[in-house]
Write a protein that binds this ligand. Structure first.
Ligand SMILES: C[S@@+](CC[C@H](N)C(=O)[O-])C[C@H]1O[C@@H](n2cnc3c(N)ncnc32)[C@H](O)[C@@H]1O
Length: 401
């Protein structure tokens, strides 16, 4: 990059996506690795002449925010590995950042105030927001070392540390060599041994274990108060990544569902909520598109005859007439539910919806769609289940008007 790629920016509010908004010659610049109120020198990383906005990375801080700290994962700084873009922000200010993004998204897309706060996961303040990920994926470089891609960039950064991971995951990632170019996933389940997957396959001694009986399953246990639930799933299937996330989310879902008799658990994964709901006496229809998730959910609830697990698409399942239900839990992927699924959901005629969302803008858009369809947002609280990154999990309750 040449000198003209460096610009001086006065940094404004945080925006969805892990950056703050600044202006250069009247054009919007999304600047990463900066904080609101700072003055920074930034390197333009995307700056096409005809683009409606540019992107930049702060590379020198001219006037620092009091919320700036030394990143515990410097490798994820400007020009480095993606996935630790808030490392330079003090933990309470990370939560304030996420709350600002939620408030802005709700104002803009849902035309109402975000009513809640952003809460820390248990233990995160003591651990400095580190050592929380029980699942990490990386790519092996040409020499077989675990590496990660840069943000919106193909270049690989060989990991010298992975402080967001629980220690056993970090050790497994950094202490081994893998086949060059392989996708490596390390999983530290709460109730069984660590597993290392290579290109989604079980491995032994750093190589794919092609034996037909190679172990693939992991066991998880979730405790809420004096209750516990046991799960078994394929190591490559979806499971919440923060060590405390399953318990935090199950507790929220159970508290919000109340006394509902017939419940739908949509986008159910391996049945995290399905099992806890069924155990509490609910009749549950659980819908999950991924065969590994649906298969695991079916096995995890095998002794609960009041549960039906459907392997299929949520919208199609609803359109085919899956209702009625007293309450619906929905935990869609990042893109949210969207208009057609919200329309199909309305036919279920549930009194209450509990929406678990990993994307503030998708939740705010769906809040507007649900409002059009007669569902009022009555409560929402967010949980910082992804410290050091801009991601945040929100649990929102909607009530039929
Ligand atoms: C955020 S995960 C939540 C899983 C589960 N609630 C949990 O917390 O473990 C979303 C799940 O939705 C599934 N999914 C994505 N799109 C889907 C669709 N259109 N229909 C059904 N399931 C879908 C994914 O496979 C994934 O398991």
């Amino acid at each position: 990059m040449t000198e003209p790629d460096l610009v001086r920016l006065e940094v404004g509010a945080p925006a969805h996506g892990g950056h703050c908004v600044a202006r250069h010659d009247g054009r919007v610049v999304f600047v990463r690795h900066a904080l609101p109120g700072e003055v920074v020198e930034a390197r333009l990383t995307e700056h096409a002449a005809d683009a409606s906005f540019w992107r930049a990375d702060a590379v020198a801080v001219l006037e620092a925010s009091p919320d700036r700290v030394e990143s515990p994962w410097p490798q994820a700084g400007a020009g480095g590995a993606g996935g630790g873009e808030l490392g330079h922000v003090a933990l309470p200010a990370q939560r304030a950042w996420k709350l600002a993004v939620l408030r802005e998204a709700f104002e803009r897309f849902a035309h109402q105030e975000f009513p809640g706060a952003v809460h820390a996961a248990p233990g995160d303040d003591d651990r400095g927001g580190l050592a929380y990920r029980t699942r990490v994926s990386a790519v092996a470089d040409a020499e077989g070392r675990a590496a990660m891609h840069g943000f919106r960039a193909p270049d690989l950064h060989v990991l010298s540390a992975m402080p967001l991971a629980v220690p056993e995951v970090e050790e497994a990632l950094l202490g081994r060599r893998f086949p060059a170019g392989a996708r490596v996933t390390v999983v530290a389940p709460s109730d069984s041994e660590l597993r290392v997957l290579i290109d989604g396959q079980p491995s032994r001694g750093g190589k794919v274990d092609s034996r037909p009986n190679a172990p693939r399953a992991v066991r998880e246990v979730v405790h809420v108060g004096d209750r516990s639930w046991h799960y078994r799933l394929d190591a490559s299937a979806f499971w919440q990544v923060h060590r405390e996330a399953p318990a935090v989310l199950v507790r929220e879902v159970l508290d919000r569902i109340g006394e509902a008799g017939r419940v739908m658990d949509l986008y159910a994964g391996a049945g995290l909520f399905t099992l806890a709901l069924a155990d509490g006496g609910c009749e549950v229809l659980s819908v999950e598109a991924d065969a590994r998730g649906a298969g695991a959910a079916r096995r995890n609830v095998h002794d609960h005859p009041t549960v039906t697990v459907v392997e299929g698409d949520v919208r199609r399942t609803l359109e085919e007439g899956a209702g009625p239900a007293d309450a619906v839990v929905l935990d869609p992927p990042r893109s949210g539910a969207g208009r057609r699924t919200v329309e199909a959901l309305t036919a279920v005629d549930a009194q209450r919806l509990v929406y678990v969302a990993c994307d503030p803008v998708a939740l705010a858009r769906d809040t507007a769609l649900l409002s059009e369809r007669g569902y009022a947002l009555v409560e929402a609280e967010a949980f910082d289940l992804f410290p050091m990154t801009h991601h945040v999990e929100t649990v929102a309750t909607f009530q039929r008007r």
